[in-house]
Design a protein around this ligand. Sequence first.
Ligand code: ADE
Ligand code: ZN
Length: 326
Amino acid sequence: MSLMSLIAALPKTELHLHIEGSLEPELMMALATKHNVSLPYTTVEEVAAAYQFDSLQSFLDLYYLGASVLRDEEDFYCLMRDYLQRSHAQGVVHCEIMFDPQTHTERGIGYDVFMPGFCRAIEEAKQNGGPSVLLILSFLRHLTEQEAIQTLQDAKPYLDRITAVGLDSSEKGNPPEKFARVFEQAGQHGLLKVAHAGEEGPASYIWSALNTLQVDRIDHGVRCLEDPELVEHLVQHQIPLTVCPLSNVKLCVYEKMEQHPLRDMLAKGLNVTVNADDPSYFGGYLLENYQALVTSLALTREEALTLIRNGFRASFLAPEQKQYWL
Ligand code: ADE
Ligand code: ZN
C-alpha cells in the first residue's frame, strides 16, 4: 500500500479549519447570483486565478470579500454541509471548526442566521456517519477587544454549541495580549482556548498566547523555531501546534514546500498536527496537505502516523473518545 493510500484510509482529525475559508468558487458564484452581490469576478476560473497571495493580509482581503456572499441560513448550511462531505470523503472523522462571527455580524447577519445553518449541517453529518464537529468561535484580532467582548456576549444563547474561542485575522501589530480580558471571560464560561500565533507574527506572540491568554493549542506556531527556549517549553508541555503546510506556502511564510520545517519540528519532539486552514483558497483539503508533505518533504510512514495520532491527542475530544481512535 502506498503511503498516500495509507494516509487516505486512516481516520484523521482536522483541528485548524476556517469554515469561511472552505467557500469554493462554485458556491461563491452561485450565492453571488442568488443575492445579487457584485464581485470582481464573473467566472469560477477568474475566482481561482485571483487566489495569488503575497502575505496574510492579501489573502484576508479576498477571504472577507468572498464571505460577503453568505447571507441566509441556507447559505451557511450549504457551506458547512459541503465542507463536511469533502472531509468525510477524505477520511476525517473529527473536526474542530473555526467560524468568525464578526465577519457576518459586521454586515448585519447575526448568530440567529449562521448558527442554525451550521448546526443543521453538523446534525445531518452526524446522522449520516460523517465527522463529529466541535465549533471554535474566533475573534478578529484587527478589531478591538471591546468588539470581541460584545461578540462573546452575543454568543451566550449558543454557548452550548461552542467548545472554544480562537483568535485570527491580521496577526502583525495585533498581539495576543490585546485580547487578555475577553479570553479570561471565555474561560469563565468554560470555553477552551486557541489562538493563531507565530504564523506571520514573531515567536514572542506564541509566548503571549500561552502566558497571557492561557491557550490550550497554538494555531500555526511555526515561528517558534526562532526561539530555542520556546521550542523547549512547547516540547516539554506538549502544547499542540496546528500546522497548515499549504497555507504557509500560499501565504509566503515559506517560499516553497521544500523549505517547510514540519519534519524538523517533528524531530525536535514538537506536538505537530497537519491541517488545511482555508482549503478553497490554498489549493487543497487535508489529504492534499499530506500529499504535499509526501511529495516535497519525503514524509516517512512513521512521521505520517505520528502526525495522525497527534491530531487525536491534540483534539478537544473527551479522553474516552480519544482513546477510541488512538
Ligand atoms: N483567517 C482565516 N485564515 C487565517 C489565517 N491563516 N491566519 C489568520 N487569520 C485567518
Ligand atoms: Zn487559520
